[in-house]
Design a protein around this ligand. Structure first.
Ligand SMILES: Cc1cc2nc3c(=O)[nH]c(=O)nc-3n(C[C@H](O)[C@H](O)[C@H](O)COP(=O)(O)O)c2cc1C
Length: 323
């Protein structure tokens, strides 16, 4: 998720566990082969074997409307270390859609077919290519044509955010569409949209019959949601992270963000995360009021409670090297 699920968040969440795969924030491609540093900024995991430090693969996401240019950039992502490529035809942002990228392409299933075919043709055979879509642009009338086009163009799976572009993010997500779509294609369908809790997951699973799920905002609002869901299948019960663990996570994130970027970034992203946590943690409501106006990292961390000394923070964030 652009501006939210950055490399640091991916590292922390995959450290908590429950994820088989991550997808990078999108790289917008217009008419050129982008330079290496753009790939590495969006996805530093490329330089560490294409996975987070906890070993979860990170696929590289591209967004655009030009088949050849997308294919060239996809091939470059793989050369730089991406274990897989994802194409984004779901983004509803006006600027993106105005520049022939994201959900606007859902109006043209043939163009989607051409893009997916060209990218598939260019990538090595053993590199998975997946496609992220919504139910449609204004409505769902081209949905089945679109998923069939994606399948026949050679994609390995489709992730479906069960809203149209016109729906924006208005709840509820329309999970009932998943089963209909699943029946029309042979490749796996990954369910996405409004999975905020284990109960949501169970309801979506019952309705859709899907095997795979993608978490977006729910992963941010409940950092151990994927772990809860995956362990649910094995042990049947798991308690959610308690507030002091969550607070520690934010402190760690802030230190890492300040070290890798700068203090302003650390504070802005820290506040954003606390805002999302308000959904599940009443403590976050009070904390947000306290940190809302803080402007320095020292003040921000002081309100958060300081956390552990920096060396301990980093031990928590970075797993020990394998022998
Ligand atoms: C701020 C924001 C940024 C997003 N950026 C991306 C992105 O870069 N790539 C993508 O495939 N989806 C992106 N999405 C969409 C999410 O991946 C997801 O499909 C959507 O939020 C619905 O799932 P959720 O209800 O679990 O959040 C973004 C969503 C939000 C709210």
């Amino acid at each position: 998720m652009e501006g939210v699920m950055d490399p640091l968040v991916r590292q922390l969440l995959t450290g908590i566990g429950g994820y088989d795969l991550c997808v990078s924030e999108f790289m917008r491609v217009t008419h050129q082969l982008l330079p290496d540093h753009v790939f590495f900024r969006l996805c530093p995991e490329l330089q560490q074997g294409g996975a987070t430090l906890h070993g979860t693969p990170v696929h590289f996401q591209l967004l655009g409307g030009d088949p050849v240019c997308l294919a060239d950039n996809a091939a470059k992502a793989v050369c730089l270390g991406a274990p897989g490529v994802d194409l984004n035809f779901g983004c509803p942002a006006k600027t993106v859609n105005r520049h022939d990228g994201g959900a606007t392409l859902l109006q043209y299933p043939t163009r989607i077919f051409n893009i997916v075919s060209e990218v598939r043709r260019t990538l090595p055979l053993d590199t998975p290519l997946s496609v992220k879509i919504r139910l449609g642009y204004n409505d769902t009338h081209q949905l089945i044509e679109t998923v069939q086009a994606i399948e026949s163009a050679g994609a390995q799976w489709i992730t479906l955010h069960t809203r149209t572009k016109a729906d924006g993010y208005r709840p509820p997500a329309r999970w009932e569409w998943l089963r209909t779509v699943k029946e029309q294609i042979q490749i796996p369908l990954v369910a996405n949209g409004d999975i905020w809790s284990v109960a949501d997951f169970k309801e979506c699973q019952a309705l859709s019959g899907c095997e795979d799920y993608m978490l977006g905002r729910g992963a941010f609002a409940q950092p151990d949601l994927a772990l809860q869901i995956s362990q649910k299948k094995i042990a049947g019960i798991r308690f959610a992270m308690i507030w002091c663990e969550i607070r520690q996570l934010i402190v760690t994130h802030s230190h890492m963000a300040a070290l890798s970027r700068n203090e302003t970034f650390a504070i802005q992203r820290g506040k954003q995360w606390i805002k999302h946590l308000q959904r599940n943690y009443p403590e976050a409501v009070e904390l947000f009021q306290q940190i809302r106006l803080t402007q320095t990292l020292t003040d921000f961390l002081q309100v958060l409670g300081g956390g552990l000394p920096l060396e301990e923070e980093l031990k928590f964030a970075i797993p020990p090297a394998k022998a």
